[in-house]
Design a binder for this molecule. Structure first.
Ligand code: V47
Ligand code: SF4
Length: 383
């Protein structure tokens, strides 16, 4: 049975007891923007049932119960990295590179060839910031992938990787991004954003590109006609104000360019890193965060729960809290979460399994491409 995702009665009942919640409810119903203060207020006072019902209503208004996924695979060129983010369980310094991996051009093209004849639509390239893998090498990788498989959308490199490789090539961000675009890069993933506010950023990842640098790279990509995603690493030392500040900066850039495809909150996982002493957020807090993101980020159509990191059950539950996208199928070879202790140690879901999971949540599975064009709607009921 497909559930009707628009029922607001629970919300109206709850909001009736509190003037501020009533104002927020009215604004959401009338499609008005929430202020930063209202965003913080929701984190402080918004119960899960309240923010969830409201977020569910907004997602239903935008997507009518459709939940998107895409068929993609990952290439992780290396986990050797010049940076030392405290939350990272995945990277190895260059002097310890024997503990890590460094894929050659041929090894990466072998990964692409493995999917010959399979209906994948996207390759996602992301990894550590290797001091010897430069802009020229990655332009060559992109054009080789393009030549081998022109139908594949190439989404690659966080703003952190881009900032480093372009600066090292002594080019401006505009020049470097143009080179990558000419080689065949089509969009940017959302990584490296973490928490923009310097009070947090300077503690958890002081040495990599700052907020303005990250935003400038995404703005430049948008101006060159590319799209990108945006993430937020939450559930560690940040306060509610920092989350709202982060989302507000993204919302502002989206107003200017409209170039973001989706927002992806990433739950901090504490396995085997320098922040392992920090407990992970609860499922209640995870779902509240998805819901509040849906309410606050009013110019982001798509809110993604990245199931390899969250686990498939929580990801399924998130569909009732404003989420409308579950990312990829086939096999997800990214190790950034498995190495940090995520539930999914070798994440793999077939299209059928993912569709079943979405149907069981009362939603309609839709395969999309990277830019959210619909490829196939998988009916209203389980197969
Ligand atoms: O920037 C690193 C995060 C990001 C941990 O755009 C961690 O479609 C939790 O951005 N706990 C990279 N998170 C991955 C990324 C991504 C993933 C999936 C889809 C897309 C997309 C982008 O991973 C990093 C960082 O925020 N990360 N370590 C950790 N211990
Ligand atoms: Fe390097 Fe990215 Fe890990 Fe930071 S999160 S240490 S930039 S691989």
């Amino acid at each position: 049975m497909t559930l009707k995702p628009f029922d607001l009665s629970a919300v109206l009942k709850h909001a009736g007891h509190d003037k501020n919640l009533q104002t927020i409810t009215d604004k959401i119903i009338n499609e008005e923007r929430l202020s930063e203060a209202e965003g913080v207020f929701l984190f402080e006072k918004g119960e899960l049932g309240y923010v969830g019902a409201l977020a569910n209503f907004v997602a239903g208004r935008l997507h009518g119960g459709k939940v998107y996924f895409n068929r993609n695979f990952h290439i992780e060129p290396t986990n050797v990295c010049v940076f030392t983010c405290n939350f990272c369980s995945y990277s190895r310094l260059y002097k310890h590179r024997d503990d890590g991996w460094e894929l050659s051009m041929e090894q990466m093209l072998d990964i692409v060839r493995k999917y010959d004849g399979q209906p994948v639509t996207e390759v996602h390239i992301v990894g550590g910031v290797h001091p010897k893998m430069n802009l020229e090498f990655f332009c060559e990788l992109i054009s080789n992938i393009r030549a081998h498989r022109p139908d594949l959308h190439i989404k690659g490199f966080t703003a952190v990787e881009l900032d480093y490789m372009i600066r090292k090539a002594k080019l401006s961000i505009e020049e470097g991004m143009l080179k990558l675009k000419e080689a065949g890069l089509q969009s940017l993933p959302g990584g490296g954003a973490e928490i923009f506010h310097p009070d947090v950023r300077n503690v958890i990842c002081a040495d990599k590109v700052d907020a303005d640098g990250w935003l400038h790279i995404h703005q430049t990509a948008h101006q060159l006609g590319m799209h990108s995603n945006a993430t937020m690493l939450y559930g560690h030392i940040e306060k509610y104000e920092h989350r709202i500040d982060h989302m507000s900066r993204l919302r502002h850039l989206q107003d200017k360019t409209g170039g973001f495809n989706c927002f992806i909150p990433l739950k901090f996982r504490n396995g085997d890193n320098d922040m392992s002493h920090i407990p992970e957020s609860t499922i209640i807090e995870d779902l509240r965060l998805y819901a509040i993101s849906r309410l606050f980020m009013d110019n982001f159509r798509n809110l993604k729960a990245y199931w390899p990191m969250l686990g498939r059950q929580t990801a399924q539950l998130s569909l009732a809290f404003g989420v409308n996208d579950l990312d990829g199928t086939i096999d997800d070879t990214t190790r950034i979460y498995s190495m940090a202790g995520a539930e999914e140690q070798s994440p793999s879901l077939t299209t059928e399994q993912l569709c079943d999971l979405i149907h069981a949540a009362g939603r309609i599975p839709v395969e999309r491409d990277t830019l959210y064009n619909e490829i196939q709607v998988f009916g209203n009921e389980p197969a």
